[in-house]
Structure formats: structure tokens, C-alpha cells
Ligand binder design. Structure first.
Ligand SMILES: C[S@@+](CC[C@H](N)C(=O)[O-])C[C@H]1O[C@@H](n2cnc3c(N)ncnc32)[C@H](O)[C@@H]1O
Length: 213
């Protein structure tokens, strides 16, 4: 047990909803929930908007497009000329994301939706060319995604690992599921890397943000 003060559930819920996401992000979340697609929490989307705004991000990589909720949240904070490169193997979900970006009137030249296996696609992206990399696809590949993020980010860029506390299981030492074990390895890789300074934020299912030194 940590010596630090632990927040109660009411405070956690208050923090989640403290900044309401814009309507298009909220609608995308609700649509995702309605169609049983993964949906990041309100707190996660607002944190992503915040980080993209801090960076005035012009080049972002998203590993795991889903139906576009996190993409919309990133666009909300990015530079108006910024480009989102987003990868997913689920074509149908990516089409929903494309529609959501069109409904939001985001010009098509501002997003590159790539259908495929993230590890194949990431290899084709340029070193040190990106302001932010969001990791949000296959948990079993999180360690490899971290290595790719380290390569892709410019100095001062930020890697974000979503679901870093996945279902509360990562913090449970008795849970030895493959997902928990690998997420722990990814968190340790970030923590032990001299390339990163990080913070683990207990929003949604956990958001690790790591700035490349
Ligand atoms: C948690 S969801 C991403 C949610 C998304 N960021 C959003 O806001 O809707 C995880 C995504 O990773 C994708 N995914 C899972 N395993 C994958 C794999 N092995 N290769 C490519 N994509 C994968 C899924 O298709 C899914 O869209």
C-alpha cells in the first residue's frame, strides 16, 4: 500500500468529469458505447486534448483508431494545420472514424487513416518526426509500441499509453494475465528509459504520459 493519500471514488469521478469534452467527442464516445466499440473515458479525451494543445502538435501518430473518439479529442488540441496519422486493423471502425472526422469538417488532408498491423506500419514512419504518439491498440504489443514511440518522437514530444492501469488489473500483483504482465513491462520500460520523464495519471483506465528528453 502506498504511503500517499489515496483518492476516494467520488473524487475520481469528479476529476473524470471536471472538464466536459466538446459535443463531437462526447457524441463519438456515446456512439462507440452504443455499438460495443471501445470508448475512452471523458477524462482521457480531455487529457489528450490538453497534451495536444500544450505541444501545439502538428504531427501525431495514433496506434488504434477505433471509431475516432480519441482522434477527435486530439484534433481539438492540435495545431489547425496538424496531421493525424492513425493506424488500425479494423477497417469498419476506421470507416466510422473517417465519417466522424468528416462530420466534424476536418479537412481530409489533415488525417491519414492507415489500415493494417501497427507494427508493420510504424516501421515506415520517420524517426523523430512526431510531437505525440498515442498507444491504444493491442495490449500484447505495448512494449514494441513504446520502442517505436521512442524512435518516432522528436525531443520534447510526448508518448501517451492509454489503458495503462487496464481494468484495475495492472496494479493487482496477483493478476498475471498476459495483458497485465506486458503492460507492466511497457510501464517499466518507460520508467527505466533515460529518454523519458513520465507521469501516470489515474483517469479512465490509466494514462501514462512520457516526455522524450
Ligand atoms: C481501445 S481501442 C482504440 C480506441 C480508439 N482510440 C478510439 O478512441 O475509439 C483498440 C483498437 O486497437 C485495435 N487493435 C487491437 N489489436 C490490434 C492489432 N493486433 N492490430 C491492429 N489493431 C489492433 C482495435 O481494432 C481497436 O480499434
Amino acid at each position: 500500500m502506498s504511503e500517499n493519500f489515496l483518492l476516494d471514488q467520488r473524487s475520481v469521478a469528479f476529476a473524470e468529469d471536471y472538464v466536459p469534452a466538446p459535443e463531437d467527442v462526447t457524441t463519438a464516445r456515446r456512439n462507440a458505447i452504443a455499438s460495443d466499440a471501445p470508448a475512452p473515458s471523458n477524462g482521457v479525451t480531455t487529457a489528450l486534448t490538453f497534451l495536444a494543445r500544450v505541444l501545439d502538435a502538428t504531427a501525431v501518430v495514433e496506434i488504434g483508431t477505433g471509431t475516432g473518439t480519441t482522434g477527435l479529442a486530439l484534433f481539438e488540441g492540435m495545431n489547425p494545420k496538424g496531421v493525424l496519422t492513425s493506424i488500425d486493423s479494423e477497417v469498419d471502425w476506421q470507416l466510422e472514424a473517417k465519417q466522424a472526422f468528416r462530420d466534424r469538417k476536418i479537412p481530409t488532408q489533415r488525417f491519414r487513416l492507415i489500415s493494417g498491423h501497427p507494427l508493420d506500419v510504424l516501421n515506415n514512419l520517420r524517426d523523430a518526426a512526431y510531437d505525440l504518439v498515442l498507444i491504444n491498440a493491442d495490449k500484447l504489443e505495448y512494449v514494441e509500441y513504446v520502442a517505436q514511440a521512442e524512435r518516432l518522437l522528436r525531443s520534447g514530444g510526448i508518448a501517451v499509453i492509454n489503458d495503462a492501469l487496464w481494468q484495475g488489473l495492472v496494479a493487482d500483483p496477483s493478476d498475471e494475465s498476459d495483458e497485465s504482465v506486458i503492460i507492466r513491462e511497457a510501464l517499466t520500460a518507460v520508467q527505466e528509459s533515460e529518454m523519458f520523464t513520465s507521469v501516470l495519471i489515474p483517469l479512465g483506465e490509466g494514462l501514462l504520459a512520457a516526455i522524450k528528453n
